[in-house]
Design a protein around this ligand. Structure first.
Ligand code: C2E
Ligand code: CA
Ligand code: CA
Length: 550
């Protein structure tokens, strides 16, 4: 062997002291590669003196970069080149992607055959344009490349892919599992692409592909290949899963001529793919947006409002009074939303959309903070003021929500006893374990819990027994026909009696008129919330009417 014995001494360790820079030496005749221990540990390379180092290393190089690395090595083997200078990403033991630059030189023997390969592999850090989970180019790169192609008037199109029901994978198996699924789906997408196409990771479970000079039929075929790969069972940590993917495409043209239009139109096409039953691809056509169902449009507009700092959202407050005296006890925070296209949209329409899309997690935090802020103002006038805040059970899926409650309450310096959270009955039924755990945590903080819309769910009493609330709010449906319906009157009286026996307070919703109030007054209700005592009002109108006059 020429030069020195690479199997002995600490020469290598000595010259590659820096944690993330590695010097490797490969002896072609023995097939032995000497690599620093640091490198072995970080990348889980197995043998002490690996004879198959390049094989192991190649396996963990990102799919995107494999061709480049392979070509460069082939050139060395074929004697075309003596230097190897490539940049590529490698996955470390814990699944993160690291960008490396490898500079290597081949020393040949007297016959011209490769003898020693000596290289430095330098960590050039997490690059801004690389997504850290999948190792793919990120959203910013996607945007830059598209803008460049637009400027050059290239013949190109884009595809936006979204994993169907990815929320379920995350919720069922946890985040680490979800990240791993994203990583492997990213790789499957790359493997399905011809060399002239590039894949990007966009938001959460969304990927993008840019096609140059591609035909619609080719794009369709690529999509089918991707779905064939992801829809077969995959496994991670012993858990099996599979998923389908939906996609929307839009081609650059005279009308689809800006980044925003291309992306929005691809999203519209993607929404259609989902509506039509998922696992399919839809190409954008103008008629998709012309007849766009209201719900899809609202979803988009809600997204925009959130991105623009919750523009169009406002928290209103409706008074709740003591049943007997009619004095103010507190208020319920009720969300309002308006947009230019549709004006005021009722909560019964936009709240279910927020819940379905998961946007409620974000909006719910904003509502909570706004409500606490308004509450802090009210408490200054009336220290016993209680603000009731609606919390959707979807928000309980977000582990950070309970900590968030603490932070907000202490930031505004109010006592938790001034806050009540309202949950609807339906959530008690679908998510028993989660809800009961969250209740315990919330109660421990000193916050009271109200069961909303009581009597409308399918088994209210059973639910109340399992999750005793502090307050029960009887739904307004029981007031509507109270004059004529003996059943409704009896129901209210019965609920009051039952709840009082176990120290639960009762609030009746929907009292609109004097005659209704007269009927319910003897029923020993604790609180009333209804138009008779006040409609939901903006913060300023509420303060004006209910705070100053005290
Ligand atoms: P809810 O929690 O049952 O809120 C009470 C609803 O009854 C409010 O409707 C209120 O305006 C209405 N209401 C109160 N008194 C009367 C009355 O005397 N007569 C009649 N006819 N209606 C009365 P709103 O504001 O339209 O809210 C509808 C639902 O939207 C709420 O029902 C709640 O489930 C949901 N919601 C509102 N804001 C939020 C929020 O911030 N987060 C969540 N998760 N849900 C919210
Ligand atoms: Ca409520
Ligand atoms: Ca209610």
């Amino acid at each position: 062997m020429a030069g020195f014995d690479i199997s002995s001494g600490n020469l290598l360790e000595a010259i590659s002291r820096r944690r993330d820079d590695y010097v490797i030496v490969h002896d072609f005749s023995s097939g032995i590669t000497k690599i620093p221990d640091e490198m072995k540990n970080k990348f889980g390379l197995t043998t002490d003196m690996p004879r198959n180092f390049f094989e192991q290393w190649f396996k963990i190089i990102h799919e995107d970069d494999k061709n480049l690395v392979k070509t460069s090595f082939d050139n060395i083997h074929r004697g075309i080149s003596d230097t190897h200078y490539v940049e590529y990403k490698v996955r470390d033991k814990v699944g993160g992607w690291i960008q490396f630059r490898e500079r290597g030189t081949v020393i040949r023997d007297g016959m011209g055959n490769p003898d020693i390969y000596l290289a430095t592999i330098t960590n050039i850090g997490k690059r801004e344009n690389i997504d850290s989970i999948t190792g793919l180019r990120n959203k910013k790169e996607f945007e830059n490349r598209i803008k460049m192609y637009i400027a050059d008037k290239k013949n190109f199109g884009i595809m936006i892919l979204n994993i169907d029901d990815f929320k379920n994978i995350n919720a069922l198996y946890g985040r680490e599992f979800g990240d791993n699924a994203l990583r492997s789906i990213g790789q499957l997408i790359v493997k399905s692409l011809p060399s002239h196409c590039t894949a990007y990771r966009l938001d959460s479970d969304e990927f993008g592909i840019i096609f140059l000079n591609a035909l619609k039929s080719d794009i369709k075929q690529i999509f089918i290949n991707i779905n064939n790969r992801t829809s077969v069972q995959q496994e991670f940590n012993g858990q099996r899963y599979y998923c389908t993917i939906s996609a929307g495409c839009c081609k650059f043209s005279e009308t689809n001529n800006s980044f925003d239009i291309l992306v929005n139109n691809s999203h519209s096409a993607l929404d259609f793919a989902k509506e039509k039953g998922k696992g399919r691809i839809v190409f954008f056509e103008p008629k998709l947006t012309e007849n766009k169902p209201r719900e899809l449009h609202l979803t988009e507009l809600l997204h925009e409002s959130i991105e623009h700092n919750f523009e169009g959202f406002e928290v209103y407050c409706q008074p709740q009074v003591y049943a007997e005296s009619g004095y103010l006890k507190g208020g319920e925070a009720l969300l309002r939303w308006k947009c230019d296209e549709y004006g005021n949209v009722p909560p019964s329409e936009f709240i279910p959309i927020l819940e379905k899309t998961g946007m409620i997690a974000h909006v719910g935090k904003w509502v909570f903070e706004e409500s606490v802020r308004i509450c802090a103002k009210c408490v200054k006038y009336n220290p016993d003021f209680k603000m009731s805040i609606n919390v959707s059970y979807v928000q309980l899926l977000d582990e950070s929500f309970l900590d968030f409650i603490d932070k907000v309450i202490s930031r505004y310096g109010i006592n938790p006893k001034n806050i009540i959270v309202e949950f609807t009955e339906s959530c008690f039924i679908t998510e028993r374990n989660l809800v009961s755990k969250a209740f315990e945590t919330i109660r421990k903080k000193g916050i009271k819990i109200a069961m909303d819309d009581f009597g409308t769910g399918y088994s209210s009493l059973e639910v109340l027994k399992e999750f005793p609330a502090d307050i029960v709010k009887i739904d307004k449906a029981f007031v509507k026909n109270i004059k004529s319906s003996n059943f409704d009157r009896t129901f209210i009286k019965f609920v009051v009696e039952l709840c009082h026996d176990v120290d639960i307070e009762v609030c009746l919703e929907g009292v609109e008129r004097e005659d209704e109030y007269k009927i319910v007054l003897p029923m020993r209700l604790d609180f009333i919330q209804g138009y008779l005592f006040g409609k939901p009002l903006s913060e300023s109108a509420f303060s004006e009417q209910f705070l100053k006059v005290r």
